[in-house]
Design a protein around this ligand. Structure first.
Ligand code: SAM
Ligand code: SF4
Length: 326
């Protein structure tokens, strides 16, 4: 279905939990967060109902995220239920990968196609400073497990955060020379929680690209610079893999936005960077039927704002990224 601005809205990103086994500096504070109680999170059954309704409202791609989606005890069951819904053409997941050594094969067997794995550095000392509670060995074991289970092509997500992992841009980009992976650099965005870090340590895609080109040579546009999802894709000469830049701050892609988010407590969020939400969970739990949910999706699509207001200094203040679902 198209929204008021003619955009086809067909991609639903579902946060399965607001909890996480890591505390990345720009995403979650170490202490003081309260989490959605289990009974307020959507169950596998409810998620299936929501996605069935989403499909009838025109969605066909679904991403599971969080928080850390693999912390859900029923993650394999959720995947199994969602892949068998007629009309879901793509079911993928964004994860920090730490639990993939135990789960990757079961997830692949249940029908998951691919994962995006978040890793902000390949350096043993740098990584835990940024991805607090994390280690390089665990991050790498997750990536290898995903590859072994065939959750490919592997995409790695990194956020360059000034003063924390500046060198990681070149280390990660170098990986694409040998590996058929896509490394995606995401610009830091401001939310509630560690807002100061998000604003003060921001590095633009342009700067990251210049660092990479200075050390590794020119980057060539892939597909004439067309967007792959939200990323613009490039390649180093002779590289097996590719490099993507996701630039919501310096080069917003709102005109091409095709997505909506479902928070772990069952709210539809029309735009990542706007606090306005519609409560689906209460509609689900007050006995409403399939068509009521479809109608609510249509209402949400119609209410989607034209774009975010970061350049005017407005950013979401109600929730952290981990609560919304990145
Ligand atoms: N825990 C999983 C992970 O880390 O991939 C899934 C959720 S996480 C919120 C999804 C992505 O959001 C990660 O790649 C992370 O780096 C990114 N992210 C978190 N906070 C961000 C922020 N303030 N600005 C930009 N990206 C952010
Ligand atoms: Fe957890 Fe992902 Fe947020 Fe890091 S970015 S704290 S791994 S939810």
């Amino acid at each position: 279905m198209k929204d008021r601005f003619g955009r086809e809205i067909n991609y639903l990103r579902i946060s399965l939990t607001d909890r996480c086994n890591l505390r990345c500096v720009y995403c979650m504070p170490m202490n003081g967060l309260t989490f959605v109680p289990n009974k307020e999170m959507l169950t596998a059954d409810e998620l299936e109902k929501v996605v069935r309704a989403a499909v009838d409202a025109g969605f066909h791609k679904v991403r599971l995220t969080g928080g850390e989606p693999t912390l859900r005890q029923d993650i394999v069951e959720i995947v199994r239920r969602l892949v068998r819904i007629d009309g879901v053409d793509q079911l993928v997941m964004t994860t920090n990968g730490y639990r993939l050594p135990y789960l990757a094969q079961d997830l692949a067997d249940a029908g998951l196609k691919r994962v995006n794995i978040h890793v902000d550095s390949l350096n043993r000392e740098t990584l835990p400073k940024l991805m607090r509670l994390g280690t390089y060995d665990k991050a790498w074991a997750g990536i290898e497990a995903a590859e072994k289970a065939g959750l490919t092509p592997i995409k790695l997500n990194a956020v360059i955060t000034r003063g924390y992992n500046d060198n990681a841009a070149v280390e990660l980009a170098r990986l694409t020379l040998k590996k058929p992976w896509q490394i995606r650099f995401i610009e830091l965005m401001p939310f509630a929680g560690p807002t100061e870090i998000q604003l003060e340590h921001y590095v633009s895609s342009k700067e990251v690209r210049a660092w990479i080109e200075e050390k590794l040579g020119p980057l060539f546009k892939v597909d004439e610079g067309k967007l792959d999802g939200e990323a613009r894709i490039y390649r180093l000469a002779g590289a097996e893999g590719a490099i993507g830049f996701i630039s919501p701050v310096s080069n917003p892609y709102c005109d091409d936005c095709n997505r909506m988010r479902l928070t772990a407590d069952g709210r539809i969020r029309m735009c990542l960077l706007f606090d306005k939400e519609i409560n689906f969970r209460d509609t689900l739990r007050n006995g409403s039927g399939h068509q009521d949910l479809v109608n609510l999706f249509e209402q949400a699509i119609w209410a989607k704002p034209v774009g975010h207001e970061l350049k005017n200094g407005a950013h979401p203040e109600a929730r952290t990224m981990s609560q919304i679902g990145g």
